[in-house]
Design a protein around this ligand. Structure first.
Ligand code: ADP
Length: 270
């Protein structure tokens, strides 16, 4: 069943210099419980697309809908994880989670919210850090709190904008595995539908069911690819397979072809 339906979506920005088209005719869907990554070079409109799905940016044409209803604003059906952790600095890790849970899950007592917060802190390996403030935690720990917070909110949809972008390569793969184990691991309820923005092709292959590659200026869908690996995924095993290397080569070659075609072969940041 389709959870998120994006049809001929256009989005633009207007400033003193005029109107700039950031997304043009973007169409794809995300099925219930699917993990879709959106990749593309810097400035191709990935965050704009996520802004539309958050309900903070409105289409200039076309539409984005959830469960068949056009998105008209932020909703309790979506939680978001950004690159910059976005925890409230004046709240402890546990209060950050408990407060977010309060916003979307009405009718819970403070004790119930705290119990949920503590449960999710332990899922991300931070059960002893609930009383700490963000400034007392490393960047990776703060991001684990942000992930715990998003999952504790128990929304149908998880929107992630380069959540591991500020994390070094060594810890990044651990974070990817943690995210997947939390997303895959809970058999007691339906999987979250995830839209994950990244500019890291390897990350997208490891995490996703499908990858949507955007082209640049204005952003539009260049290619949609299925990832053929089953779940649960084992990273060390996957990277030993020929299928992985073939897919990776294809994606890199498409990426550079795409970028070259659209911005004239300039150097790109990926
Ligand atoms: P990405 O996330 O892929 O890096 P963005 O969605 O942030 O791309 O930006 C897409 C394009 O829209 C870029 O050219 C960017 O400069 C432009 N843009 C983004 N936000 C604004 C804004 N608030 N005002 C004007 N232009 C913007």
């Amino acid at each position: 069943m389709v959870k998120i339906d994006i049809r001929n979506l256009c989005a633009e920005y207007t400033d003193k210099k005029g109107t700039f088209l950031a997304l043009k005719d973007v169409s794809f869907d995300v099925k219930n419980g699917e993990f879709v990554s959106v990749i593309g070079s810097s400035g191709c409109g990935k965050s704009t697309l996520l802004g539309v799905l958050q309900g903070l940016k409105f289409p200039s044409a076309g539409e984005a809908a959830i469960d068949g209803k056009p998105i008209t604003g932020p909703g309790a059906d979506r939680s978001v994880v950004f690159q910059n952790y976005s925890l409230f600095p004046w709240m402890s890790a546990r209060s950050n989670i408990s407060f977010a849970v309060k916003q979307v899950r009405k009718g819970l007592t403070r004790a119930q919210r705290n119990e949920i917060a503590q449960r999710y802190l332990s899922k991300v390996g931070l059960s002893d850090f609930g009383q700490k403030y963000p400034s007392q935690l490393s960047g990776g720990m703060q991001q684990r709190v942000a992930i715990a917070r998003a999952l504790a909110m128990d929304t149908d949809i998880l929107l992630m904008d380069e959540p591991f972008g500020a994390i070094d390569a060594k810890n990044r793969s651990g974070m990817q595995e943690l995210l997947l184990s939390l997303w895959e691991g809970d058999d007691t309820r339906e999987k979250k539908t995830v839209v994950f923005v990244t500019h890291d092709i390897d990350e997208a292959i490891f995490l996703s069911d499908r990858i949507v590659m955007l082209s640049n200026s204005p952003g539009s869908v260049y290619k949609i690819m299925e990832i053929p690996f089953g779940r649960p995924r084992n990273h060390p095993q996957i990277i030993k397979t020929d299928a992985y290397h073939k897919l990776r080569d294809e994606l890199f070659s498409l990426f550079y072809h795409n970028v070259g075609e659209n911005i004239g072969g300039n150097e790109v940041v990926i």
